[in-house]
Design a binder for this molecule. Structure first.
Ligand SMILES: NC(=O)c1ccc[n+]([C@@H]2O[C@H](COP(=O)([O-])OP(=O)(O)OC[C@H]3O[C@@H](n4cnc5c(N)ncnc54)[C@H](O)[C@@H]3O)[C@@H](O)[C@H]2O)c1
Length: 389
């Protein structure tokens, strides 16, 4: 069995998830399409990289990501840095002929996304963007129902991504609140996941009308490079700086198919943790998904007899997408880890077959163009067309 060598860059939250996924891939998907050896992990300092290598099972650490690009034995570059480094690393990796897994959002700007898309296209390398929520079996089941026509023609939809980890004004001004590092706030950080899922389920969006808001105008300056996602450590005594990204976004979108609906996202909704939902209505039925109950897909079919028509719960299991590889009993429990392992399986399978896979840099670029139209609409107050690639 082929073993690929991976170099991972950015040893924080996502490095942890990707390291588990490399280890878990053959455990769930056996025989595996290929194995992956965790060879090098990079961070900003040698010390942080060495500590991460020990924790996440890599052979060694480096304080300079160029070591990964310049190492001819590395087949795959895995980008888990904050958004400001995605473009530079991905373009260098593509030029060096490496296959690339990159965390979402693809980049800070449309121009960066375009350059990344063009670089992987020119190099012909397999590329994947880590929009893992679409890999949840219940989301894949919704796709199957829609593809089979079980919901009929899609009329409308609504999607949300609501969290509360930044609702405290004393939570720090991490990289997620600095435009020069993240590009945008709630849109890039979380709304893009729902945009990706609904694009996956319903097809391209053509027009957007959007509203954006920044509720907390300044936050305490953070020391250190890792975002501890809202953890407050004496924030009231720390000097503050301005937040220059959106805390909340509300998008009304039109699909190419004619369907329309809304997507809203905020990290300031007290009581909501990872409230990723969508509800889709068609001429023959509806589906509802809530990631906080991710083993379940709520479905309603208009063909059910009137006296028993209504939403019912399908618990995902062996009969559903990826179910045979995952757990032998429905509702045993899909977690964040499983979504990342399924994502890794699809990526490594594509690499081993010399193929492309979705979502990829083209999808990421398209989502940046939706963001561009949304931000334009938020200042013009008008419907704005989504540019095509
Ligand atoms: N798919 C998801 O569900 C999901 C969830 C969280 C974050 N993300 C994305 O993953 C990426 C990383 O987010 P995170 O939460 O892991 O961040 P984090 O703050 O936890 O970790 C980032 C790490 O990258 C390091 N780093 C920064 N610049 C670097 C550089 N130039 N070279 C090497 N290392 C560098 C930092 O020191 C830190 O260790 C972001 O693009 C983010 O949007 C995706």
């Amino acid at each position: 069995m082929k073993t690929y060598q991976v170099g991972l860059i950015g040893a924080g939250f996502m490095a942890k998830a990707h390291a588990i996924a490399y280890a878990g891939l053959p455990v769930f998907f056996w025989p595996a399409p290929a194995l992956v050896n965790r060879k090098i992990i990079a961070d900003l300092t040698q010390e942080r990289a060495d500590a991460a290598a020990a924790q996440f099972g890599f052979e060694k650490g480096t304080g300079d990501w160029h070591d990964i690009i310049n190492d001819p034995s590395i087949d795959i570059v895995d980008i888990c840095t904050p958004n400001d480094a995605h473009a530079e690393i991905a373009i260098a990796a593509a030029k060096a002929g490496k296959h690339i897994l990159c965390e979402k959002p693809i980049s800070r700007t449309v121009d960066e996304a375009k350059a990344m898309y063009e670089a992987v296209k020119k190099a012909g390398v397999t590329n994947k963007l880590a929009f893992n929520y679409r890999m949840t079996p219940a989301v894949q089941l919704a796709k199957k129902y829609i593809g089979e026509g079980a919901l009929g023609d899609i009329l409308d939809f609504r999607g949300t991504y609501l969290q509360d980890w930044s609702a405290d004004p004393n939570s720090p001004l991490s990289w997620r609140f600095q435009k020069k590092i993240c590009g945008s706030g709630a849109f890039g950080d979380i709304a893009t996941h729902v945009v990706d899922m609904l694009r996956f389920l319903l097809g391209d969006f053509t027009e957007v009308n959007a509203r954006l808001a920044t509720y907390i105008k300044e936050r305490p300056v953070q020391t250190g490079t890792v975002d501890n996602l809202g953890v407050v450590k004496g924030g009231e005594n720390v000097p503050k700086k301005a937040v220059d990204v959106d805390d909340q976004c509300l998008l009304t979108l039109k699909c190419k198919s004619g369907a329309f609906g809304t997507i809203e996202a905020t990290r300031n909704a007290w009581g909501r943790n990872n409230y990723i939902t969508f509800e889709i209505h068609g001429t023959k039925g509806s589906v509802y998904f809530n990631y906080e109950r991710r083993d379940e897909l709520q479905v309603c079919f208009a063909s059910d007899p009137g006296d028993r028509r209504g939403f019912r719960t399908v618990y995902t299991g062996p009969a559903h997408p990826y179910g045979e590889a995952l757990w032998p009993i429905p509702a045993l429990g899909i977690g964040y880890t499983e979504t990342k392992i399924v994502e890794m399986y699809e990526f490594i399978k594509a690499v081993s077959e010399g193929k492309q896979v979705e979502p990829n840099f083209e999808d990421g670029y398209n989502i940046e163009l939706i963001g561009e139209a949304a931000f334009k609409s938020a200042s013009s107050g008008l419907w704005e067309k989504v540019r095509s690639i």
